[in-house]
Design a protein around this ligand. Structure first.
Ligand SMILES: *Cc1c(COP(=O)(O)O)cnc(C)c1O
Length: 365
């Protein structure tokens, strides 16, 4: 730890335990562990190494991420979720044995026309209703035939789609998407895949042959409304600082930039070594939960670049040097995200190089 005490601790055992939870929810499926965006901010290579014994494949966004995994010696199957961005990407994908997702007509044509030194495995993406990437359902059979007849494409072509609303277990859009996916792929052979974490945990009908958990591997719920009956996930990241000053303030004393918050009574306020320069969201409002020395309390005042302030009322024994958990076990990233009007995904992905990242292994499948 640096003496400042700001760090992001990643528990590799939690990653493995969460992957096991995905397998238990989808026991007959293969698992493509989604490690894009630097392993959701947890460190791409470290996450992939931790999961290498359990994941059947990894999914990343682009070649840079895939090549980092290959460069680190990972030999697993790797799917490029956004496929090639240029024709030249196909050569590099084939050379590294990467599996591009083909989602646009130009990619179908480029791959069908390619004469690659090594053939590659391709996944065809169906737009079943999200209307982001993917071929419209009616274009799928013809695109599949083009790829199946292409010299540089291995015979087994995967069929994949992405769910827009699976995080809401009551939204009928998911069922409609699955029906559209089934209809688009009717009669075509090859493995199918639709489930993100919310699909894994909430929509058994989306499991098909491969599931693609992301956020749940990192220990955050994919659902807008988590339920008691959801399998317990272990937060993989703890974002921590420490109390670097304790202030005894009077009723009416303002705290922090803009004097945006004032003490309602005489009270102690702790200053914690954690700020937006460490990835903690600046727009976290007063009242957002924080755990200081294991006890839950709340933020007060605006977040600074390197510091934030916490309410120490009722935490009498707590003094300078006390640890503060901004998210982790005692305060979940989902709670902080809720308070900030965002999702845990964004909080994780925005963790910058500072604070120091530290890897531990507290055990797990
Ligand atoms: C990011 C992503 C996933 C994983 O989604 P989570 O909600 O994090 O589980 C799965 N599939 C695709 C295509 C993705 O882009």
């Amino acid at each position: 730890m640096t003496s400042r005490g700001a760090q992001a601790t990643v528990d590799l055992g939690a990653l493995r335990a969460n992957l096991r939870a995905a397998r238990e929810a989808a026991p007959r499926q293969r698992v493509m562990a989604v490690v894009k965006s630097d392993g959701y901010g947890h460190g791409l290579v470290a996450v992939a190494r931790a999961l290498a014994g359990q994941a059947d494949a990894f999914a990343v966004t682009d070649l840079a991420e895939a090549e980092a995994l290959r460069g680190a010696g990972l030999r697993q199957r790797i799917v490029l979720l956004q496929g090639p961005f240029t024709g030249e990407d196909l050569e590099r994908a084939a050379a590294e044995d990467l599996e591009p997702v083909i989602h646009a007509p130009w990619q179908v044509e480029a791959l069908a026309a390619a004469r690659l030194a090594d053939p590659l495995t391709a996944w065809l993406k169906v737009d079943s209703g999200m209307h982001r990437l993917g071929l419209p359902p009616e274009a799928v059979p013809e695109a599949w035939r083009r790829l199946a007849g292409a010299p540089s494409v291995r015979p087994e072509i995967g069929l994949l789609t992405h769910l827009a609303c699976a995080d809401d277990r009551d939204d009928p859009a998911t069922r409609r998407q699955l029906e559209a996916f089934d209809a688009a792929c009717a009669g075509l052979p090859g493995p199918r895949s639709a489930a993100n974490s919310a699909g894994v945990l909430g929509w058994p009908g989306s499991h098909y042959d491969w599931v693609r958990p992301g956020i749940m591997l990192y220990g955050a719920s994919p659902f807008t409304a988590a339920r008691e009956s959801d399998p317990p996930l272990r937060p993989a990241m703890a974002l921590e600082g420490q109390v670097v000053a304790v202030r005894h303030l009077r009723a009416g004393d303002p705290v922090g930039y803009g004097a945006a918050w004032s003490c309602p009574e005489d009270m102690r306020v702790g200053v914690v070594s954690m700020g937006y320069g460490d990835g903690y969201p600046r727009h976290a409002p007063s009242g957002t939960p924080v755990a200081v020395a294991g006890q839950r309390t709340q933020l007060v005042g605006r977040i600074s670049m390197d510091m934030l302030a916490v309410d120490l009322r009722g935490l009498e024994g707590v003094g300078e040097g006390a640890p503060a958990v901004l998210w982790g076990d005692a305060v979940r990233a989902e709670e902080v995200a809720d308070a900030c009007g965002t999702i845990a995904y964004e909080l994780f992905c925005r963790t910058p190089p500072r604070p120091q990242r530290r890897y531990v292994d507290r055990g797990g499948a």
